[in-house]
Design a protein around this ligand. Structure first.
Ligand SMILES: Cc1ncc(COP(=O)(O)O)c(C=O)c1O
Length: 372
């Protein structure tokens, strides 16, 4: 018998059986009426999840492609952006923008901290010549397990001369995301996170304030051209050959997500995050983000002093088939992260934390008195 792998990393996440079965269906033509029926259903589902009337383009790429699409369709070399950088994915966006000759003004935070919306307001107020074209930030910074105040930042940017571009790749479906209500211009999410489908699709909502910038934007674009996506989206298709199997999977996953209810999904993720955080605290370990900035999808944890998180992860995998993530970028080898999104259940977390406790005890960690 194959033993179950407890995959508790912040993506890819476990794919439910019904989604895997859906994905295995026979091919149909991606320009056929059978296909456009399915595509119409997933377009509607995505709009419900995003809480938007704007189109949500389905882009065959990983999440980073969605981030790049947002840049090349709105900006020109020499333009300035305000980058809210709270971790490795913020850093990635800065590097990407610079690769296109974009000038990056940065608000940078230490690992675990989040953006103070007042700092965004101050930077935009100080920009008297309206040089800042866009404000870029993560909803959920996966590398540090920190959740930015998206509503507050979004509402400030919505009243300004700049547009907001939000990476919700690991945040979507785990914490509220009200695109229209909060006035968010571009929001990106990715299939392999809380959507519970394999990697390979990026979802990008595009609001009306984006199109005037699109018309002026001089960054080179071809595969990611929003006008192409808009044209084909209206026909319930994508510009190039659609990964049909992933659309089958998306259809099945959206049915599960909508049957649970989007708000119920947020509650379930909050309960999982809170369970992991309270257990870890009881053990005397330190969490990277404070409660008020806690991610609902991934918890970043400092290992006990003297314990190598990589050796700990190796033992957890080999003895218990539990997979947690290590640190990323500058946190590589320093922390570990427990993913709790999508199809992960409370029972999975209980099993994994129990296994982790045994591994830590085996490595010599002395738990506080009273921890069984
Ligand atoms: C917040 C965030 N942004 C961007 C990405 C990049 O997505 P992908 O690896 O799908 O390109 C990830 C992936 O983990 C992420 O968590």
């Amino acid at each position: 018998m194959e033993s179950k792998q407890y995959l508790l990393i912040p993506g890819p996440t476990p794919v439910p059986d019904s989604v895997r079965q859906a994905e295995a269906q026979q091919m149909i033509g991606h320009r056929s009426s059978d296909f456009t029926k399915i595509f119409g259903e997933v377009q509607d589902g995505l709009k419900q999840i995003y809480h938007t009337k704007n189109p949500v383009f389905i882009i065959p790429s990983s999440g980073t492609g969605g981030m790049e699409a947002a840049i090349v369709n709105t900006l020109s070399p020499g333009d300035k952006i305000l980058l809210c950088n709270i971790g490795d994915f913020g850093k990635r966006w800065g590097e990407m923008a610079k690769a296109y000759g974009i000038v990056v003004q940065e608000i940078k935070k230490a690992p675990g901290q989040v953006i103070d919306p007042k700092e965004v307001a101050a930077a935009l107020d100080a920009d008297k010549n309206k040089e800042i074209k866009a404000v870029l930030f993560q909803q959920n910074e996966t590398s540090t397990g920190a959740l930015n105040p998206v509503k507050e930042i979004g509402e400030i940017v919505a009243k300004s001369h700049a547009i907001s571009i939000v990476d919700s790749i690991s945040g979507m479906l785990t914490a509220p995301m009200k695109v229209d209500e909060w006035g968010l211009d571009i929001v990106i999410s990715g299939s392999q996170k809380a959507y519970m489908i394999p990697p390979g699709l990026a979802f990008v909502s595009v609001g009306p304030r984006v199109w005037p910038l699109y018309e002026k934007s001089k960054c080179p674009k071809y595969y990611f051209d929003f006008k192409q996506f808009k044209k084909f989206d209206e026909k319930k298709q994508t510009p190039t050959t659609t990964p049909v199997s992933l659309i089958y999977a998306l259809q099945a996953a959206l049915r599960l997500i909508l049957a649970e209810g989007i708000e119920n999904g947020y509650k379930r993720h909050a309960a999982m995050a809170s369970f992991v955080r309270s257990e870890i605290r009881k053990w005397g370990l330190k969490l990277m983000a404070e409660d008020k900035a806690a991610s609902m999808s991934v918890t970043a944890i400092w290992p006990p002093e003297g314990i190598d998180p990589e050796a700990m992860r190796k033992e957890l995998k080999s003895k218990y088939n539990v997979v947690v993530a290590g640190g990323q970028g500058e946190l590589n080898g320093k922390i570990f992260r427990i993913g709790h999104m999508g199809g992960v259940t409370m029972d999975d977390l209980k099993f994994a934390l129990d296994a982790l406790k045994k591994v830590l005890a085996g490595m010599g960690y002395k738990f506080p008195e009273g921890v069984a």
